[in-house]
Ligand binder design. Structure first.
Ligand code: NAD
Ligand code: DAU
Length: 331
């Protein structure tokens, strides 16, 4: 199989490429990545001699058409992915997440190539802390931020291309990922690298917001499960029953580092900050037989701390510019 992976130099995409190279020697991987501030060639260094890398943009129609024509399947990870950035400047989110998805859809339509679309649980908006319901494949779309609205738009476009043009597409909407190679702008790597630098963790607002954490390897195994056995046109929600509030995540990190549990700061909240995400992944589990392998969040967090401790050369070059950006918004 010739597989085109967009965004393969980003967090989830790079982990997906590592997993694919390790588990599926019959798959020829080509990565298409624009190497934005979030992309990093070093994340692909361990597999550099096993893949093809193309430095390019998913909105470049001629390039995308040529790469798709030479592929049997596409997994589309490339995106602007950070909510806080989308509040400061929404335009790259509209361009990459919406125009980029249409560009890929036109190419897979022209060449009848199988397509899998990577999306987020944020398209469903948020839940009250005490809401007994969780998101399912039939929950109404209700995005809050420019990022989640751009991802919701991209999902709608995929559904339209599947229905009207018969594009062979599947979609997945996953909850918050953690693990190695995640940019230091994101919550968990930011706090780990702050602690490694002797800086107190920073909680937005009151720290009550809940995220449904899943290890990136479990997300990527689910993506392969859907590529292998998913029904065309179907959306699958991916989640590992990992609801934890932000205060508890910071408390766990402080404990892992041997610090006082009060050794953190509250900072300015995110405008429009979603309160709680929670995924019901029954469809994926019952229809396709997927199960998460990381069942204890604390153990996965310890492994992630160890990875950042051992890979300072990977994260250090991006740390000070990221913190300078947060300082400008009081976060
Ligand atoms: P990331 O920001 O770490 O990586 C994004 C990658 O896309 C980078 O390598 C970047 O260089 C590349 N890219 C950006 N714009 C591009 C363009 N115009 N052309 C080509 N490449 C471009 O993101 P991530 O956290 O790995 O997320 C990957 C996908 O998974 C996204 O679609 C995101 O919406 C989705 N997702 C993320 C999470 C999460 O918790 N991180 C959860 C659910 C879904
Ligand atoms: O739910 C899936 C989504 O998860 C993905 O679609 C996004 O691409 C991904 O970035 C992530 O979005 P979040 O906004 O949930 O992730 P983030 O890491 O930015 O923040 C997680 C929570 O932590 C959120 O409630 C905000 C809070 N936070 C974040 C930072 C950076 C803090 O309290 N302090 C911080 O310093």
């Amino acid at each position: 199989m010739r597989l085109l992976v967009t965004g393969g130099a980003g967090f989830i995409g790079a982990n997906f490429v590592h997993q694919t190279v390790a588990d599926r020697p019959d798959v020829q991987v080509t990565v298409l990545d624009a190497l934005t501030y979030a992309g990093n060639r070093a994340s692909l260094a361990p597999v550099a001699d096993r893949i093809d890398f193309v430095h390019g943009d998913v909105t470049d129609a001629a390039l995308v058409d040529r790469l798709v024509a030479g592929s049997d399947a596409v997994v589309h990870f490339a995106a602007e992915s950070h909510n806080d950035n989308s509040l400061t400047d929404p335009w790259p989110f509209v361009h990459t997440n919406i125009v980029g998805t249409v560009t890929l859809l036109q190419a897979v339509r022209a060449h009848d190539v199988r397509y899998h679309h990577i999306s987020t649980d944020e398209v469903y908006g948020d839940l009250a802390l005490d809401d007994p319901d969780r998101f399912t494949e039939t929950t109404a779309y209700n995005p809050s931020s420019p990022y989640s609205a751009s991802k919701a738009s991209s999902d709608m476009l995929v559904r339209a291309w599947a229905r009207s043009y018969g594009v062979r597409a599947t979609l997945s909407n996953c909850s918050n990922n953690y693990g190695p190679y995640q940019h230091v702008e994101k919550f968990i790597p930011r706090q780990i690298t702050n602690l490694l630098d002797g800086v107190r963790p920073k909680l937005y607002g009151q720290g009550r917001n809940v995220r449904d954490w899943i290890h990136v390897d479990d997300h990527n195994r689910a993506v392969w499960t859907i590529l292998d056995r998913g029904r065309l046109g179907q959306t699958y929600l991916i989640g590992a029953d990992g609801e934890v509030d932000n205060r508890t995540v910071v408390a766990m990190l402080l404990e892992i580092f041997g610090h006082d549990p009060q050794d953190f700061d509250f900072v300015a909240d995110r405008p429009g900050h979603d309160l709680r995400y929670a995924i019901d992944s029954t469809l994926l589990r019952t229809e396709l037989g997927w199960q998460p392998t990381y069942r204890d969040f604390r153990t996965g967090l310890e492994a992630t701390v160890a990875w950042y401790r051992d890979h300072e050369h990977w994260w250090r070059p991006t740390k000070s510019a990221t913190e300078a950006g947060y300082a400008r918004t009081g976060q």
